[in-house]
Design a protein around this ligand. Structure first.
Ligand code: PEP
Ligand code: MG
Length: 582
């Protein structure tokens, strides 16, 4: 048994065999297959090779047609290489005899081919090396592409083990069959982590080398609360974690029961709204069942992976229409697209940037290429005829940006009116407060934005200069840093005094131990992943506003993040004692 520790990002315990996902841009680790898998894996390699041959023929033929014989000859050479016995015989042999995965067999054989050529160090042979790399990449891409298709249908429950999971991979996972997932990289509020939470799947990220340490079929235990991952546990350990899994399920059930009985206000009668954050459209019904008062943040990026980089107005509308139907008259807050950095950057063909989190992401992209925003805004204004709708702009850093976006949206309203298309022009336009410049100058926005939602995931990352995706600095990503808390207190206070609705929709709002503090700051609207709703509902109904305000005052006297964390944890224990909830 091997034990690894990573960053826990989605609670719960899962025990299942591993399904390891390799990635093309990452070293392929040594991994083995079982005897009964040999035939299937040989077939997978054969298909990948045939696909490579067909792709190269296509390229060669299109090149020939523009009379580039010399270039065509290069691809003829590639085709000959794919016929070489090293590839047609040695790779299948390694799969059969050594039981290597096809990916690993390909990488071993190509290493053997390339090494001596490289050692010659001549420029002609240097070119040959690149040809071999090219073919290797093609074969791996085809193998991994088959793998990508496979993750949407598993025959048994598995734990996904990967170097990283892209949001679109996570979105297409066969949710019923994925018991948990673990990755080498990732931080506490990375998009993959948020999706794991949304799907209610236990997950641990930032494990370093887990994708190389585990082979397909190894039994893996994921403890999404402690961040512990156990590989091939002994029977006693397995039994202990099975019991832990049971008690986690029990706790969830008890919280759901308590939430169903709980009042929808604090103990002294102050109304508190709990909205849901939605990552994928099929979550809304679940959120409503768990008592959501509406959707406080609908991350619309998945629409672009579902329909391609340029969904039409009708495709947007179809998703929003379904959301309204599931919400039955509750509010739907649609955030305009927030691509870039870790969100669907590759899928929509964004250029690679040196510092993507500081680059052309989100609203900056919408303002640079307004066509996407225009299409989306048309659908949002149109869907508002179906139910209460709000439009929210992400990543606003200056009043100029807010005004520029609003001007585009005003233009959209004029177009819809001129075209006679039914819509609502009075859709409230709000903004995320997630860039420190907007939080510091919140007063500049109060007269212009209809509502505000604080995105603590980005606000913490930008305030503390800590990449939210990077496991090496995850220990510095602290919501309890006094600088973050002061910003939150000031934004919530300013919005409340101005009578403007304000919510917190970052992951912080979903953590029970921040709820009392945020209430004490004056927050009345929380927006959280659906699975956190029962715990939060129960907790809010057990505290009074007077207690919350006194508690916030005590917390703000402390100057040290860890001291603050201890105080917050003690308060949760008082309100949701382990003796009652386990
Ligand atoms: C945030 O930054 O806190 C937020 C809610 O937006 P996202 O996580 O989608 O960047
Ligand atoms: Mg954000």
């Amino acid at each position: 048994m091997e034990i690894k520790n990573g960053i826990p990002v989605s609670p719960g315990v899962a025990i299942a065999p591993a399904y390891v996902l390799d990635s093309e841009s990452f070293r392929i680790p040594k991994r083995f297959i079982r005897k009964d898998e040999v035939e299937v894996e040989l077939k997978r390699f054969a298909v990948a090779r045939e696909q490579a041959v067909a792709e190269i023929r296509d390229i060669r033929d299109s090149v020939h047609s523009v009379a580039k014989d010399e270039v065509g000859l290069i691809f003829d050479a590639h085709l000959r290489m794919l016929e070489d016995p090293m590839i047609t015989r040695e790779i299948p042999e390694k799969i059969k005899q050594k039981r290597y995965t096809p990916e690993y067999a390909v990488s071993r054989v190509f290493k053997k081919i390339i090494k001596p050529i490289k050692e010659i160090g001549d420029s002609y042979f240097g070119q040959r090396v690149n040809d071999f790399y090219d073919i290797q990449r093609r074969l791996l891409r085809n193998l991994l592409g088959q793998q990508a298709q496979n993750i949407s249908k598993f025959a048994r429950r598995v734990i996904i083990v990967a170097h990283d999971l892209t949001p679109s991979q996570t979105a297409t996972l066969d949710k019923k069959m994925v018991a948990g997932f673990v990755t080498d990289v990732g931080g506490p509020t990375s998009h993959t982590a948020i999706l794991a939470n949304a799907l209610g799947i236990p997950a641990v990220v930032g494990l370093g080398t887990i994708s190389a340490d585990v082979s397909g079929g190894d039994v893996v235990i994921v403890d999404g609360k402690s961040g512990r991952v156990l590989i091939n546990p002994d029977d006693a350990t397995r039994a202990k974690y099975e019991a832990k899994h049971e008690s986690y399920q029990e706790r969830e059930k008890r919280l759901a029961d308590a939430a169903a009985r709980a009042e929808r206000h604090t103990r002294d009668g102050v109304n508190v709204n709990l909205y849901a954050n939605i990552e994928l459209d099929d979550e809304i019904e679940h959120a409503v069942r768990l008592g959501a008062d509406g959707v406080g943040l609908f991350r619309t990026e998945f629409i672009y992976s579902k329909f391609g980089a340029h969904p039409t107005e009708e495709q947007h509308l179809e998703v929003y229409r379904r959301a309204h139907a599931a919400l039955g008259g509750r509010v739907l807050t649609l955030r305009t697209m927030d691509f870039g950095a870790d969100k669907y950057a590759a899928e929509v063909g964004l250029e690679k940037e040196d510092n993507p989190f500081l680059g052309c992401r989100s609203i900056r992209l919408s303002l640079r290429e307004p066509a996407m925003l225009v299409t989306q805004a048309r659908a949002i204004l149109r869907c508002a005829t179906l139910g209460p709708t709000r439009m929210m702009l992400p990543m606003i850093g200056s009043i100029e940006e807010f005004r520029a976006a609003r001007q585009i949206i005003e233009g959209v309203k004029e177009d819809l009116k001129r075209e006679g298309v039914p819509h609502r022009a009075d859709v409230p336009l709000g903004m995320m407060v997630e860039v420190p410049s907007a939080a510091i100058c919140i007063d500049a926005f109060l007269g212009e934005s209809d509502f505000f939602s604080i995105g603590t995931n980005d606000l913490v990352q930008y305030t503390l200069a800590v990449d939210r995706n990077n496991q090496y600095v995850a220990g510095l990503f602290k919501h309890t840093n006094p600088a973050v808390l002061r910003l939150l207190q000031s934004v919530i206070g300013a919005c409340s005094r101005a009578g403007k609705p304000v919510s917190v929709c970052g992951e912080m709002a979903a953590e029970a131990h921040f709820a009392v503090l945020l209430l004490g700051f004056g927050l009345r609207d929380f927006s959280v992943g659906p699975t956190s709703l029962p715990e939060l509902r129960t907790l809010v109904s057990r505290v009074t506003l007077t207690e919350a305000e006194a508690f916030a005052a005590r917390v703000m006297q402390l100057g040290h993040a860890d001291e603050i964390t201890r105080l917050l944890e003690a308060e949760v224990e008082r309100l949701l004692p382990s003796a009652e909830f386990g």
